[in-house]
Write a protein that binds this ligand. Sequence first.
Ligand code: SAH
Length: 346
Amino acid sequence: MEIKKKDIRALTKEQLRDFFESQGDKAFRGNQVYEWLWRKGAHSFEDMTNVSLETREMLEANFAINHIKVDQMQRSSDGTIKNAVRLHDGLIVESVLIPAKNRTTACVSSQVGCSLDCRFCATSRLKRMRNLNPDEIYDQVVAIDRESKLYHNRPLSNIVFMGMGEPLMNYNNVLKAIDKITSPEGLGMSPKRIVVSTSGVPKMIKKMADDEVKFKLAVSLHSAIDEIRTSIMPFNETFPLKDLREALVYWYAKTKNRITYEYVVWDGINDTKKDVEALIEFCKFAPSKVNIIEYNPIDDGEFQQANSKALDMYVSMLEANRITVTVRRSRGKDIDAACGQLANKS
Ligand code: SAH
């Protein structure tokens, strides 16, 4: 039976230094290899040209580098790029590059499939297979950074955890990946340019506040009325709005960071004055921003985007209550790369 080699990138720098010492080599060699693995993004031990052949062979015998592989890349007419990413065990996730005038954003996945059950989201139709490792999340970002430089002549500037999966249900690995992304030994990006988007797991929002994370938080709210939210996001039964709000109050008290809410307005679901009033009541305790996002249809039309009159009502009522609001158009729809469309279709 073939013994599975350990992924060398699961080791911390300290562990790598210890490993070299245990082999009778210098601990310093650990730093060198670490730099190849992370800052230089080596895909194989062979790439590590300033490491002796003997050492490279020794590493090869002991470890694997389970790098992701971009299986297929699709480009939208609006410049959006979608990567189908193959993991070492053959499973696939998707990540997206979204170019805009002054920024390039990577939208990355945190799980294979999703355990939540949002009825309007294509990913929820795939059952959750497993969590992504920190390096699988990191690799998606590196791949998009390369594509950004290649196709848009500039490095990646922002990251949103809005791909497949619920990042707060894979919190430890997401945190480790962000540590690497923001570390000078990794990509050296500012945490202020990273947004973690959650459907709202109250316990984990509190944990984030306790951990004093520096990245931003976005909450996919879609309704501030329990009955309606539960009908479109059934897990709201387990994590009702009262608990979510309490966690957000805690988050704001600790971090003083503005909270962003993502919100789709659907015809006949959440398009009345009562819905907007509930939203205002829900978020007015802290500086808030509501991003109204366009609905990307995923099937036969059970959910329909509300008309512009309903959107205008949301905007004017929110603004009258001094809540920042933006209405966003979707990107990459023609290649199923927009919010909620990631479902490994091609
Ligand atoms: N699980 C996380 C991140 C993934 S979803 C979360 O829920 O926030 C990223 C965003 O896309 C969420 O705001 C989600 O509600 C939204 N979304 C899901 N399906 C959508 C669809 N069909 N059209 C528009 N937005 C959608």
